[in-house]
Design a protein around this ligand. Structure first.
Ligand SMILES: [Zn+2]
Length: 460
């Protein structure tokens, strides 16, 4: 005999299976709609989502900004007094890149072997966004009585900075509503591992560093100061940053991270064997315990017989919680000084040789500190386990997401990432998503919302 709670869960799962084709059509429709960022164009998608929610009488509102850009917020009901659960998904996708590298056009939403849907954003993250929207629809259509409210933040601007999307909504629309838990539908599959549930991420800092030298004819190089060589000096010494910034302990050690992943293996031995044979997985786990840095862009030189007076690089840093942007900047300044150069603010009088920098992106790390004590995250874990028929694992996110706006603003520290799709396909050519993964994620979202927003005494 099923109890009333289990009966409702069965009803939700059966309803989702029955409507499988309709839900896949909705995702295809989203993939076929251009919301490339830049420039954004999220309004194209917001209109389709609005139309879809309106059909079931789900209250929602579009907030337009800029040129053809928008955020959308939706509410399952009008009651905000018990618990409020937020589902967040971004509407923008990165541009397709070289279309000739795609097997199917990035806006095709092509379905193959009844198993995969192809297209830009299928994984990152129209799949997760569609599943969240559909979960609202499922709960509404089945007229499931809940004590709390499910709120959708369907946002713009995630693929650039996020301050006009998630940050804007938190500050301007949802600040008067208490938030008890947030799920962001970013893809959290990292093949060959099973699904993960994410409770933190590193920070992201991008700095442009410009060397100003002196140009001259290349037949008299000593007359000038070659800016490419100046940058070369910096790059050759860049690893000194590790010694020049204050030591911080990672919030979670390498052993603890390994322990988290190992739960998905039949036993400890099986995990160790797998770990030792997979250098990629070793790296994947290790990056969360350390600062990583890369030179991602270099530009310099104007002509083959001119000594360049300008050379610039963009550096990309991924910071642990407690690592500070100011510390990275002062380490870079120190290295530049040790190479015998001055910063722009250190030069006096007439001097054309100096370094300068500007910060292109600065997103802090964010981390839910007490996630281990949370009953909510365990509930989520158990639902994923039940639906995917495979144990998930708790982990950190290699990229960065809008979670920082919930966790670090005191608005909702209890923010996790969970979504369909394999994260390694995000931003890649031939991005695709598995249909079963997509359908399973709808079930996870709907069942979690149901269990989370229903008072315990009523469901047992
Ligand atoms: Zn994303």
């Amino acid at each position: 005999m099923l109890n009333p709670r289990e009966m409702t869960e069965e009803l939700i799962k059966e309803y989702i299976d029955d409507k499988r084709e309709e839900f896949i059509d909705f995702l295809v429709n989203l993939i076929q709609t251009d919301s490339y960022n830049p420039p954004g164009n999220e309004l194209n998608l917001a209109k389709i989502i609005k139309n879809y929610l309106d059909k079931d009488g789900i209250k929602n509102e579009i907030f337009k900004f800029g040129n053809n850009r928008a955020n959308l917020v939706a509410y399952l009901n009008n009651n905000f007094k018990f618990k409020n659960l937020i589902f967040n998904g971004h509407m923008d996708v990165v541009p397709s890149g070289n279309v000739s590298e795609w097997k199917y056009h990035p806006l095709s939403g092509e379905i193959k072997r009844n198993k995969y849907i192809y297209g830009r954003g299928s994984t990152d993250m129209k799949g997760g966004l569609a599943a969240m929207i559909i979960s609202l629809k499922v709960l509404k259509s089945l007229n499931i009585k809940l004590d709390g409210n499910l709120i959708l933040h369907s946002v713009a601007d995630e693929e650039t900075i996020g301050d006009e999307g998630t940050e804007w909504i938190i500050k301007n629309i949802s600040n008067s509503i208490d938030c008890n838990f947030t799920v962001i539908g970013e893809p959290t599959g990292f093949k060959p591992l099973p699904k993960s549930i994410i409770f933190g991420e590193r920070g992201h800092l991008q700095i442009r560093i410009i060397a100003n030298g002196i140009s001259s004819h290349s037949s008299f190089p000593a007359m000038g100061k070659n800016a490419i060589y100046m940058i070369n000096d910096l790059i050759n010494n860049i690893d000194k940053i590790d010694d020049y910034i204050p030591k911080v302990n990672p919030p979670i050690t390498l052993d603890e991270l390994k322990q988290l992943v190992s739960v998905t293996f039949p036993d400890e031995q099986a995990f160790i064997k797998f770990y030792n044979e997979q250098p990629l997985i070793q790296n994947f786990i290790k990056v969360f315990t350390t600062l990583t840095k890369s030179v991602t862009i270099i530009k310099g030189g104007i002509k083959d017989n001119v000594i360049p007076n300008i050379c610039e690089i963009t550096m990309d840093f991924r910071l642990l919680p407690l690592q500070k942007t100011e510390d990275i900047i002062s380490a870079i300044r120190r290295i530049i000084n040790e190479c015998g150069y001055k910063m722009k603010d250190q030069i006096e009088g007439e001097n054309d040789i100096f370094f300068d920098y500007d910060i292109l992106l600065d997103k802090e790390a964010s981390y839910w500190k007490n996630w281990r004590d949370s009953e909510e995250i365990k509930l989520f874990y158990n639902i994923v386990n039940k639906i995917y028929l495979q144990k998930p694992y708790y982990f950190l996110f290699p990229a960065c997401s809008d979670a920082v706006y919930y966790r670090n603003s005191n608005y909702c520290e209890k923010t996790i990432l969970f979504g369909p799709g394999n994260a390694s396909l995000a931003h890649a050519s031939n991005e695709s998503i598995e249909l079963n993964d997509f359908i399973n994620s709808i079930k996870v979202y709907a069942l979690f919302a149901y269990n989370f927003l229903k008072k315990k005494e009523n469901i047992l």
